[in-house]
Design a protein around this ligand. Structure first.
Ligand code: ZN
Length: 418
């Protein structure tokens, strides 16, 4: 059986596959872009819960598809957004070797709004708690100039370092604990680590990134191959980047410089699906130091197969999703509103395909409801949507692979277009 490997600092692309049938299409696309190392098994614990899949299910789906075509190249397996030592144990047991630590529970988002006195008091509490052991952050970070390359010089003033400490110190300690679990659970097998803080309230500044990365290093995290900051602008699920690309590029340059200085490691772009206008910038600025994660966009291509070949089934799913939207959107950061969804015409056939699968409101509707569709939704004939959907994809496997392949060729070529 083909097994995943560590990819190290090779430029890489993550193909999340919630239904377990997308690997043939993903492979067809990435074969045309040998400069990207593919990750064919990639799912967060949260998504596994939402789709009722186990880490072993996710792994087996990728392995079976790769085995079937005799794929001999390297590929990675990313256990995304791990939050607890139990998460680590489960995914390591299934053979995952790329571990994405998500210590965001330890990020103190209030730090952004605290004044200097408040920050000082908060740092004293952290010190009293022993969070730094005998480490003198004052000596290490203050009055020091960090020349991170390309003529870029970063320096902390007192307030900036206090804020970074309050915001991120607990998160780095959590990351270190999870890092220890990874070492233990990997039991001598090769492993690599990403740390993600992409789901914070405010964008990660380059100085915060520098502090965070240096703290990870100081706390002994090894084999860090990528780090996911939160970028400026909006990386909403399933749609293009929203924001000022000039500012985005300027800040990304600083993040890449920090990644090379404090690592080197790759910049990881989460919610990477469909960020077509930002891709040329991302590809150009990150160069080889790039990892991109996608997931929901493949699910939407699967639904496109259904819309095209089983329009009645798609119409039922779409109507169901409209009923679920208000509930299911709660855990997502999206701009589509209930009013936008109410204004959508009902799906009746090819005329409405673009509305549901190409335009923002339709895509976000289908995106946020995937868990409900796959675990609760039932068609009028009594059949779970999940079963009907999977059957359709098996029957239409060529079309499914073609849609996915075209879609990811578009992703990968835009990343190389800068
Ligand atoms: Zn993420």
């Amino acid at each position: 059986m083909t097994t995943p490997q560590i990819l190290g600092l090779k430029k890489s692309f993550g193909f999340g596959d919630r239904l377990g049938l997308a690997t043939p299409g993903h492979l067809a696309a990435v074969r045309q872009f040998p400069d990207f190392a593919p990750i064919f098994a990639q799912q967060s614990i949260r998504e596994m819960t939402r789709t009722r899949r186990s880490p072993a299910d996710v792994m087996t789906a990728a392995q079976t598809a790769l085995e079937k075509v005799g794929y001999l190249g390297i590929w990675g397996a990313d256990a995304d957004h791990l939050k607890t030592p139990e998460d680590v144990e489960r995914v390591a047991a299934a053979g995952f070797c790329f571990f994405t630590i998500d210590p965001s529970a330890g990020v103190d988002n209030h730090a952004d709004h605290m004044d200097e006195a408040g920050l000082r008091a908060a740092v004293e509490r952290l010190e009293a708690e022993g969070l730094f052991a005998d480490f003198s952050w004052r000596d290490y970070y203050l009055d020091r100039v960090f020349s991170v390359g390309h003529g870029i010089v970063l320096q902390f003033d007192e307030e900036t370092i206090l804020r970074a400490i309050v915001k991120y110190s607990r998160a780095t300690a959590i990351a270190a604990t999870l890092g220890e679990s990874i070492v233990r659970c990997s039991a001598g097998r090769p492993y690599e680590i990403e740390v993600s803080v992409d789901e914070t309230d405010a964008p990660t500044t380059p100085l915060e990134h520098l502090f965070f990365a240096l703290e990870l290093k100081r706390r002994g995290i090894e084999n860090l191959v990528s780090l996911a900051p939160r970028f400026i602008g909006e990386f909403e699920k399933g749609i293009d980047y929203r924001g000022d690309l000039v500012r985005f590029e300027a800040q990304l340059r600083l993040h890449v410089a920090v990644a090379k200085f404090a690592g080197p490691y790759k910049i990881s772009v989460h919610s990477g699906s469909d960020k077509f206008t930002a891709y040329p910038v991302i590809g150009r600025v990150c160069g080889r130091h790039l990892h991109v994660k996608t997931a929901g966009t493949s699910y939407l291509e699967a639904l496109r197969v259904v819309a095209r070949t089983k329009p009645d089934l798609f119409a039922e799913i779409a109507a169901y999703c409209r009923g679920r939207f208000d509930t299911d959107k709660a855990s997502y950061h999206i701009s589509t509103t209930s009013q936008d969804i109410a204004a959508l015409p009902a799906f009746q056939g090819p005329e409405e395909e673009a509305i549901y699968l190409n335009e923002t409101a339709g895509r976000q509707l289908l995106h946020v409801t995937f868990g409900s569709v796959l675990t609760q939704g039932i068609a009028a004939n009594g059949r779970p949507f999940r079963d009907a959907l999977l059957e359709c994809l098996v029957q239409e496997s060529d079309l499914h692979a073609e849609f996915l392949s075209n879609h990811f060729i578009k992703h990968l070529s835009r990343l190389n277009a800068g």
